[in-house]
Design a protein around this ligand. Structure first.
Ligand code: ADP
Length: 489
């Protein structure tokens, strides 16, 4: 099968969060299974160019419709760790992708809608006729609309569209100008509740809703989140639309790429290890302490790795830091935020804890350090308000680091409480709490710390249980292929 992914992120060249890991990991799995996969991305100035092999011009003069003009673009091709990637560069004076950051500009919707139109135009002009076009999140939600209402009429009648929702919080609300920008026009048609009109703000079009309505199949990244966004406030207004389209909607748990996240082969950690020589993990703990200037002491290390965002439970992360320090633990945080308020909140916290030999807060994005933290820590917290799938707990488990998570979304589908899960002990792999408040968090963290100190053998069983789970792309890869097959029929 010939599959084209259109996305705003792909690990490790352009990564902000889990979306990037999914685009890379799923593409790799599909290729391993004998499919032809290509990925189309914007050519950002801030990409990791050192991770692209053989970057070269592939299509020099691509002219993309934009309002009533044509914008000159050039498409580049290169391999990202073996994946075939096309990068769209624009020569427009607005410099859509040369902004030094991936997201965060007032014209983000215009930038990504332009990217989508350019990706479609590139496929048309270069004669690509994939079986499946798979797009992701609001940034590429307009792709199925463009496919259905423009490109099918002018030669691309073959491809089917699959659309994956990674986070319903960000939907891409835009004004009518987007229709003029893309040449879709016909505002009366699209400003209809059955099409792209936002369910809450009747004066806005919703790019994610366009993706849901116009694609042949819609997925999200865990079964629990699929239910939550359909039936609770987590849908941020799109629940009804998903309900109407539930015949073509389902949740598939993300995988993680065990080529990248594997303590037995990881090049970023000094001591590789597996379930049979788990003690080697503690070599990494020592190196982590040394690197972050933490003292050597008989204490567990509790970690947080992730975006610092309200979704992730910012106040619970802070509470966990102090609770852990007060209860005989060390704490390591690696995170960043584009939000100035949240960022300065953590910088202040960092200054406050600067001289504490049991705590280190690393504010920034550091892929390599993240590997050492996954390997060197004993526990990891994921106290999210909502979590579509969550990759950190999956990675942590592979590294024998016990997750402490809130009972929501993909966390519910993957972490099973040591004390309360309705499962045999050898399938329990972490600690789970319900209430999104300090007491909730303490109820789980307290039990985890107690187990580490009082019953190290049981704690070790939990570590091993987590390591035994298969969260690779193997199962989800097959699921996606089944969906592709289904919509091609
Ligand atoms: P989200 O997609 O909401 O950001 P996920 O848990 O799905 O959250 O994916 C987060 C991914 O990003 C993981 O691979 C995690 O290791 C990585 N990550 C997040 N923040 C950082 C950071 N500051 N430095 C390095 N890696 C990070």
């Amino acid at each position: 099968m010939y599959i084209v992914m259109i996305a705003s992120e792909c690990a490790p060249v352009a990564k902000v969060g889990g979306l990037a890991d999914v685009v890379y990991g799923l593409s790799r799995e599909l290729e391993i299974r004998g499919n032809d996969v290509e990925i189309i991305l914007p050519k950002y100035d801030c990409m990791r160019y050192d991770q692209i092999y053989g970057l070269q011009e592939s299509y020099r003069d691509l002219h993309v419709p934009y309002y009533d003009q044509w914008v000159h673009c050039t498409v580049y091709f290169g391999f990202v760790h073996g994946r075939k990637c096309y990068f769209i560069d624009t020569h427009h004076s607005k410099n859509f992708f040369n902004r030094g950051v991936f997201y965060g500009h007032h014209d983000d919707p215009e930038r990504f809608v332009f990217f989508c139109r350019a990706a479609m135009e590139f496929m048309l002009k270069s004669g690509k006729n994939p079986d499946i076009i798979h797009c992701h999140d609001w940034q590429t939600g307009i792709v199925p609309v463009l496919l259905y209402d423009i490109y099918k009429q002018i030669g691309m009648s073959h491809p089917r569209a699959c659309y994956t929702l990674h986070n319903l919080k960000h939907q891409g609300l835009v004004g009518e100008y987007i229709l003029r920008e893309t040449g879709l026009n016909n505002a009366g048609h699209y400003f209809h509740f059955d099409r792209m009109r936002d369910n809450i703000d009747p004066f806005a079009l919703n790019l994610m809703k366009g993706g849901i309505v116009y694609s042949n199949f819609v997925t999200t990244v865990s079964p629990t989140y699929a239910g939550e966004i359909k039936f609770t406030n987590e849908g941020y207004g799109l629940g009804h639309t998903l309900y109407v389209h539930q015949g073509k909607f389902g949740g598939i748990l993300n995988g993680i790429d065990y080529e990248v996240w594997n303590p037995e082969t990881d090049r970023h950690i000094p001591y590789t290890y597996g379930i049979n020589n788990l003690n080697m993990k503690y070599g990494n703990k020592e190196v982590l302490r040394h690197r972050l200037l933490l003292r050597n002491d008989y204490k567990p290390i509790v970690a947080y790795i992730g975006r610092l965002d309200h979704q992730k439970g910012v106040h619970l992360i802070k509470h966990a830091i102090f609770y852990a320090l007060d209860h005989g633990c060390q704490f390591v945080l690696l995170g960043s935020s584009p939000n100035h308020e949240i960022s300065s909140y953590f910088w202040n916290l960092k200054h406050h804890l600067n001289d504490n030999p049991d705590c280190h807060l690393e504010i920034g994005y550091d892929e390599e350090l993240s590997h050492l933290i996954y390997a060197g820590s004993d526990m990891i917290i994921v106290p999210s308000l909502f979590e579509p799938c969550g990759l950190t707990q999956l990675i942590a488990m592979k590294y024998g680091t016990v997750p402490i998570v809130r009972d929501t979304g993909g966390l519910r589908d993957t972490v099973f409480d040591a004390d309360h899960a309705h499962r045999p002990y050898n399938e329990r792999n972490g600690y789970v709490f319900h209430n999104f408040n300090n007491e909730g968090l303490e109820s789980a963290l307290h039990r985890a710390i107690g187990m580490w100190y009082s019953h190290p053998n049981h704690f070790r069983e939990l570590m091993e249980n987590g390591m035994r789970y298969d969260f690779s792309w193997n199962h989800p890869g097959q699921h996606y292929l089944n969906i592709y097959d289904y919509i091609r029929e």
